[in-house]
Design a protein around this ligand. Structure first.
Ligand code: G6P
Length: 362
């Protein structure tokens, strides 16, 4: 059964490895045989009628929301705001006239999100919970639910739920965009893209030993590390940093590559790992420039680069997929770096100290 560890030492690696099959399952679930997207018509209409979408979440799910904002705006033309649920609850921004709320939550039980959903319900506003757990509290309390279909996620560090959240947001964007007759959405062959993503993820997990060697070489003894990226890679940098810090206890910061010069470069010294993500052709050269800046100060750079811009010297080459979906493949080596950094230190990868899988207190 999918909740058993089988031959794996840790659930985290099992769940990383399951991601290609989760992508295929979502494709089956949300597309028919003619490659038409299938989402509950009530959800599609309710989102399409809104003038602004507010995505609320915590932790890794918040990072999935940051990726989702780019995808949803691109394919629906509806403005999207993403918030950390707790902070959003302390000060609701001035809402648009027809807001629609999306709650992203693997467990469907996170208290920070529940607080906001209660307020949304008091205002009588429509909401959708995207969750892995049918019948969970956030699912029951929201107007609508879409399921992640990722199978039980046991490791505290979320992996397959993140990629499922990104994929389900893309599915929703495709359905709403088509309904609104947005050309970008009509032309977006998401079913085909999800198949490419699944193949790409498989290539990466099949090459995991290379990632283990990078972890051994650069992450074995360091006390701190950085992730940098631009555009959607910035969102993945935040998630890569969270993954690494939570399971390996290496203090890791993810930030926008252009912000390097506005402060963080002061922290770069000999031997500091800087994981650099490059998927956007428009900014690839600028980020290459950042690599030179940190390398000249002694940093150990690990490059994760889309095949179409990759150089022979890059460390991890990503299979080419749609730019907006690239986080689905970029995050996998980041998850693996975190996994190996933790495992090679002899830590309990699945149960990092002080953390809980589901946090039901504010
Ligand atoms: C906890 C978990 C994280 C998770 C966050 C939000 O902190 O340790 O992995 O991202 O809660 O959880 P949710 O179930 O709402 O996605």
């Amino acid at each position: 059964n999918s909740a058993s560890k089988g031959t794996y030492e840790f659930y985290m690696l099992k769940e990383i490895d399951e991601q290609p099959s989760v992508m295929r399952r979502l494709s089956k679930e949300y597309f028919n045989d003619d490659a038409d997207v299938k989402v509950d018509a009530n959800i599609v209409q309710s989102v399409a009628q809104s003038d602004r979408i507010y995505i609320l979440a915590a932790g890794t799910s918040y990072h999935a929301g940051l990726v989702g904002k780019n995808i949803i705006e691109k394919y629906t033309d509806i403005p999207v705001e993403v918030g950390i649920a707790s902070e959003f609850g302390y000060h609701f921004p001035k809402l648009s006239k027809k807001p629609f709320f999306i709650f992203l939550s693997q467990s469907g039980e996170t208290a920070d999100s529940r607080v906001v959903l209660k307020q949304v319900n008091q205002l009588g506003l429509p909401s959708l919970t995207i969750t892995n757990v049918a019948g969970s509290t956030l699912s029951r309390e929201a107007t609508y639910t879409m399921l992640l279909k990722a199978g039980p996620e046991i490791a505290v560090a979320s992996t397959k739920a993140y990629t499922a959240q990104v994929a389900v947001q893309a599915i929703l964007a495709k359905a709403v965009g088509e309904y609104l007759k947005i050309a970008a959405a009509i032309d977006f062959d998401l079913k085909r893209q999800l198949a490419l993503v699944a193949e790409g993820m498989q290539e990466i997990v099949d090459g995991k030993e290379k990632i283990n060697s990078l972890a051994k070489k650069y992450l074995a003894t360091t006390r701190n590390a950085f992730y940098i990226g631009r555009g959607v890679d910035y969102a993945v940098a935040l998630e890569g940093a969270l993954k690494l810090k939570e399971v390996s206890y290496i203090q890791t910061e993810g930030f926008a590559a252009a912000e390097l010069k506005h402060g963080t470069i002061a922290l770069i010294e000999k031997g500091v790992p800087v994981v650099t993500l490059i998927n956007d052709p428009a900014t690839a050269d600028l980020t290459r420039g950042n690599i030179q800046e940190v390398e000249s100060r002694g940093a150990n750079v690990i490059t994760i680069v889309a095949k179409k811009f990759a150089k022979a010297t890059d460390d991890i080459i990503l299979p080419d997929v749609d730019y907006y979906l690239s986080p689905l493949v970029t995050v996998v080596p980041a998850q693996l770096l975190a996994y190996y950094a933790s495992k090679n230190k002899g830590l309990d990868v699945d149960k990092p100290r002080n953390l809980a899988k589901s946090v039901t207190v504010e």
